[in-house]
Design a protein around this ligand. Structure first.
Ligand SMILES: [Zn+2]
Length: 401
């Protein structure tokens, strides 16, 4: 048996008035997903343990059977894996945004979604001026970069910059959680202040300002952690090999620590215009070569963040028509059976335009396994599923058992 998880990021939702009080999944035309639910067994999965914020990194780690209490080491270390930057023991990794500050206040977390090309010049410059044996910046994508500090202490409180637009930056600088972490907090705050002085005069920013664009005039490090201590899925479940397909660095990074090979797909954007056909073909090819594939599609989450009901409906139907249906039709022709699971990582309700920590509906279709009574794939139907409500590694065990 081979195993495929198709994850529609954020696709679970609440009943929506304009849809006759149906959820997106209930209103969408998704006959293949319904068929898989009817031929398979269903349930709900708690993907965000108590005390954690419902971030995609948390929820995807839990879907893959990891206990985030034990393995979560911040975004930086996960994104580092996707960027090919190893975190050694004794090193601390942090997500490092380059942000726009105006009149001493955080204007935005993205420096106006600065281009990669401009960002690379700034990161190079920061390494030249602020880099040392201890401090190193690594370029990522747009405003999302990586800061690695040798000997850093992760017991520091940092503020995600997207949470505090309009706030004076001085009010949300790094604080030590214990006296031992004070030198790390001092170092980070010093780097922030020195970056502001250096970046404000850099030609890239002078040009951006002349063009009326937001300058990237400060670094903003957050989400500190060490190298995650994760056993691979291959070790845990005795799989021979696996692959991950996603446009999102965080998910690819989780995949790398999980022992999955990240597969790059041209035109995978993470938006509704993503190259669905390319990702579908990549998943089919990866399933031929591996016995486990994690296929992550971001688009429905983005539509939820935009609060756009008809767009979100469209992304779920794209997932049906351009991913689930062609993959199912293909694998039916194969000699080796393929188990397929479909689920989101968390709901991203259009009404509130952000993630929530409610249980998500899942289906597991395994050829040869007797189905339960559920006939459709959606939030309500899944409550009647024979798996009930699962937590932690129970979902992966149910799929791979
Ligand atoms: Zn997500």
């Amino acid at each position: 048996m081979k195993y495929l998880i198709i994850l529609g990021d954020g696709m679970a939702d609440e009943p929506i008035e304009s849809l006759g009080n149906k959820t997106i999944l209930q209103a969408a035309n998704i006959p293949t997903m319904d068929k898989l639910a009817a031929m398979g067994r269903n349930g709900r999965l708690i993907t965000v343990p108590e005390g954690f914020h419902p971030g995609s990194e948390i929820a995807n780690l839990e879907v893959l059977g990891y206990d985030v209490n034990k393995v979560f080491e911040g975004r930086g270390s996960l994104e580092a894996a996707s960027m090919g930057v190893p975190i050694e023991s004794g090193e601390m990794a942090m997500r490092c945004n380059i942000i726009c500050i105006e009149n001493e206040k955080i204007k935005n977390h993205s420096a106006g979604h600065i281009s990669n090309e401009e960002a690379y010049q700034l990161i190079d410059f920061l390494n030249e001026k602020l880099g040392s044996d201890k401090v190193r910046f690594f370029p990522g994508i747009s405003y999302r970069h990586l800061l690695k500090i040798k000997g850093g202490d992760k017991r520091v409180s940092c503020t995600p910059p997207h949470d505090v637009p309009g706030t004076p930056f001085c009010d949300v600088m790094v604080k030590a959680d214990c006296p031992e972490a004070q030198p790390t907090a001092d170092l980070l705050n010093d780097l922030i202040l020195r970056s502001q002085e250096l970046l404000s005069k850099h030609p890239v920013n002078l040009k951006r300002m002349a063009e009326g664009k937001d300058p990237a005039n400060s670094i903003w490090p957050w989400s500190a952690g060490y190298k995650p201590n994760m056993k691979t899925l291959l070790e845990t479940y005795g799989l021979k090999s696996g692959a991950v397909i996603s446009a999102v660095d965080l998910i690819k990074g989780i995949g790398v620590y999980a022992g999955l090979k990240p597969i790059e797909v041209e035109g995978a954007t993470g938006l509704y215009d993503t190259n669905y056909e390319g990702k579908t073909q990549a998943a089919i090819d990866a399933l031929k070569k591996n016995d486990f594939v994690y296929l992550h599609i971001e688009a429905s989450d983005e539509a939820g963040h935009e609060g756009d009901v008809s767009l979100k409906l469209k992304t779920v139907e794209f997932l049906e028509n351009r991913v689930v249906k062609p993959i199912f039709e293909e694998v039916l022709k194969w000699d080796e059976p393929v188990a397929i699971a479909v689920l989101p990582d968390h709901p991203t309700p259009c009404r509130i335009r952000t993630h929530i920590a409610a249980p998500v509906p899942f289906l597991i279709y395994k050829p040869g396994v007797e189905p339960d009574a559920v006939q459709k794939y959606d939030e309500e139907s899944a409550k009647e599923g024979s798996y009930g409500t699962l937590t932690g590694e129970e979902f992966m065990k149910a799929l791979l058992a």
